[in-house]
Design a protein around this ligand. Structure first.
Ligand code: FES
Ligand SMILES: [Fe+2]
Length: 345
């Protein structure tokens, strides 16, 4: 049901301190904490003694102490202390997870540890680069992660649910160009000679007609970067007002997801009012998306399993991404089956 051999955004850097934090990723309960040297540790949030959540305990140096009977574990999940006896039972071990902290996000690898490769984490420097100004949000979406992926790949919905912020009728009148490279699907839409969307026009200080563009680049299974902006009619995109929207989509359960969001712009970067206006406007956009996808999830929950979506040309990116997602899920199922066969011989 979930692709586990990948990195998921699981928290913002500032959220993780020496006080344990509780999270769930792909139905795996996790506890996150920072040790005295500042490194983030992630363990399964369940004490092997009698199942108490470790997130309800306390940390000491590099270790976390269970709040129920004091079993203590280091960052690798090895038990270092059982207060009531001097011997440590062999099975007193907690699963630990590879962690990478980068540009303000904490990524966790939920699959086979031997496959964890830090170089697979996408480039997120826009969150941490003085040439860009960033607005950030995190949201709990009451829907399966797949609906967020579809939503980001088919931006014609902006014409209908984001009318006061980034939407306009002209969006769905322009088609998309879809490309696939490995496990990355991009859906690009150029909208020549149009008015900038209301939320951007003010912060950009623009009036008149421009070429607008947005290209969703979905790194299947869990990360999207939107390359969006406005440029002069017929001018190269790089010359324009550029926006990079970073979206870390992390499944919690079958019908809830974390949405980690960063909107980075290369214009008005020192403009405090622009940042404040965008913070409010983008929260509206995300509220509208969250509401729409919550309703869609309700719609789908009663749909018979033999009824399928009716996809149209604008869903070309959606269709391609779904195919790659299925390939990744099938590959993981085979990998798991092979591991089970190997251990049973
Ligand atoms: S349940 Fe954790 S020490 Fe007993
Ligand atoms: Fe949206």
């Amino acid at each position: 049901m979930y692709v586990l051999n990948t990195w998921y955004v699981t928290a913002w850097s500032h959220e993780v301190t020496t006080t344990p934090v509780k999270r769930m990723v792909c139905e795996i309960p996790l506890v996150l904490y920072r040790n005295v040297s500042g490194q983030v540790r992630i363990l399964e949030d369940r004490c092997p003694h009698r199942g108490y959540p470790l997130s309800a305990g306390v940390t000491h140096d590099d270790t976390i102490e269970c709040g129920y009977h004091g079993f203590t574990f280091d960052g690798a999940g090895t038990c270092t202390r059982v207060p009531a006896q001097s011997t440590i039972p062999e099975r007193a071990v907690v699963r630990s997870f590879p962690v990478v902290e980068k540009d303000g996000w904490i990524w966790v690898w939920t699959g086979d540890k031997s496959l964890a490769d830090e170089s697979q984490i996408p480039d997120t420097h826009y969150m941490n680069d003085p040439a860009w100004a960033a607005n950030t949000h995190s949201y709990l979406f009451e829907c399966r992660a797949d609906l967020i992926h579809d939503n980001l790949l088919d931006l014609t919905h902006e014409s209908f649910i984001h009318t006061s912020t980034v939407g306009d009728d002209y969006i769905y009148k322009h088609g998309i160009t879809v490309e696939v490279e490995g496990t990355v699907v991009s859906a690009d839409r150029l909208m020549p000679n149009v008015a900038p969307p209301p939320l951007y026009a003010k912060t950009m200080g623009l009036d008149g007609l421009f070429d607008r563009f947005h290209c969703t680049e979905f790194h299947v299974p869990n990360y999207h970067i939107l390359h969006s902006g406005i440029t002069g009619a017929g001018r190269p995109r790089e010359e324009g007002y550029l926006i990079k929207v970073l979206n870390g989509i992390t499944p919690i359960t079958a019908n809830t997801s974390w949405y980690y969001y960063c909107f980075a712009r290369n214009f008005a970067i020192d403009d405090v009012q622009a940042t404040a206006d965008l913070q409010e406007g983008l929260a509206t956009v995300l509220d509208e998306d969250a509401d729409a996808l919550r309703l869609q999830e309700i719609g789908l929950s009663t749909r018979p399993s033999n009824v399928h979506d009716v996809l149209i040309a604008q869903d070309a990116g959606v269709a391609k991404a779904r195919r790659i997602m299925k390939q990744l899920l099938d590959a993981e199922a085979q990998f798991r089956d092979a591991a089970v066969t190997a251990t049973s011989h």
